[in-house]
Design a protein around this ligand. Structure first.
Ligand code: NAD
Ligand code: ZN
Length: 252
């Protein structure tokens, strides 16, 4: 791959690089994006109709089972060369922040140390009523709804993710805004740029003079505002970019 010399120079001179990732970042690890075809049992459902508080109220078992299936997918998934390239940035750049919309924990598994999770984490289970985090060993048996219950208050358990229509965790949102405001370069990876408010974050960085770089095989809503467009899958583009900027393997 060929990269603009000005982009490589901007990366080498950066004091703070922010990686802003979406579901496409995990696609090559085998975690499907919402917009990819749902397979098998779940093909009949639109995920945007499963990942909502209303869906959980009306069909708690259906939503619980869908997330149980996604947790299994994620448990089998391993970070790919793109995740490792992001983690490797920390050896070259004084400050690196990953701001992710993903709920799978793959950036942390690859070794990234500062990860802001805007949409929570699938592996964490909380009580829908009292918000206690409940490890699987403490789940109380399911009642008639078919969903395990909270051992403290009897509320239904749910994944600690942000559903459509729910507010983002305030501390993560603050940390993400702060990161964007001090970024020199923002790598926007695998996000369609249509899920707000997260999609507005790169613009905040741009207002403060950051260089925006899109890594995505296809055009997105953010393409018109970025400085560099790198067309291709994250697992190929990111290691190549790190290699081009600093040499070595690009991932380790
Ligand atoms: P999205 O809006 O972030 O869009 C996915 C983007 O990834 C698309 O632009 C697509 O072109 C791009 N893409 C596909 N393959 C890629 C690759 N190999 N490399 C780089 N880019 C690639 O994601 P969505 O699926 O519309 O989901 C919306 C929200 O739902 C997410 O922001 C997230 O909160 C949640 N979600 C999380 C996960 C996860 O944790 N892995 C998976 C699905 C959905
Ligand atoms: Zn509870």
């Amino acid at each position: 791959m060929n990269f603009a010399p000005a982009l490589l120079q901007a990366l080498r001179q950066s004091a703070h690089v922010v990686v802003f990732s979406g579901a496409g970042m995990s696609a090559e690890s085998g975690v499907p994006t919402f917009r990819d075809a749902q397979t098998g049992l779940w093909a009949q459902y639109d995920p945007t109709e499963l990942a909502t508080p209303e869906a959980f109220r009306r069909h708690p078992k259906r939503v619980w089972d869908w997330y149980a299936w996604r947790r299994e997918l994620v448990a089998r998934a391993r970070p790919h060369a793109g995740h490792r390239a992001v983690a490797a940035l920390e050896r070259h750049v004084p400050q690196v922040t990953v701001v992710t919309q993903n709920v799978d924990g793959l950036h942390q598994e690859a070794g990234s140390r500062r990860v802001v999770e805007l949409h929570g984490n699938l592996r964490r289970i909380v009580c829908a009523r009292c918000r206690a985090v409940v490890p699987q060993t403490a789940w109380a048996p399911a009642g008639p709804e078919g969903v395990p219950r909270c051992p403290h208050c009897g509320g239904l358990l749910r994944p600690d993710v942000v559903w459509f229509g729910e507010p983002l965790p305030a501390d993560a949102w603050r940390a993400a805004q702060q990161a964007m405001q001090t970024a020199d370069v923002v790598l926007v990876v695998g996000t369609s740029g249509v899920v707000y408010p997260a999609a507005g974050l790169p613009l905040l960085a741009r207002e403060r003079g950051a260089r925006l770089v899109e890594v995505n095989p296809t055009e997105t809503a953010l393409t018109p505002v970025v400085d560099d467009v790198l067309r291709g899958p994250a697992g190929e583009v990111l290691p190549a970019l790190v290699r081009a900027a600093w040499g070595g393997e690009g991932n380790g």
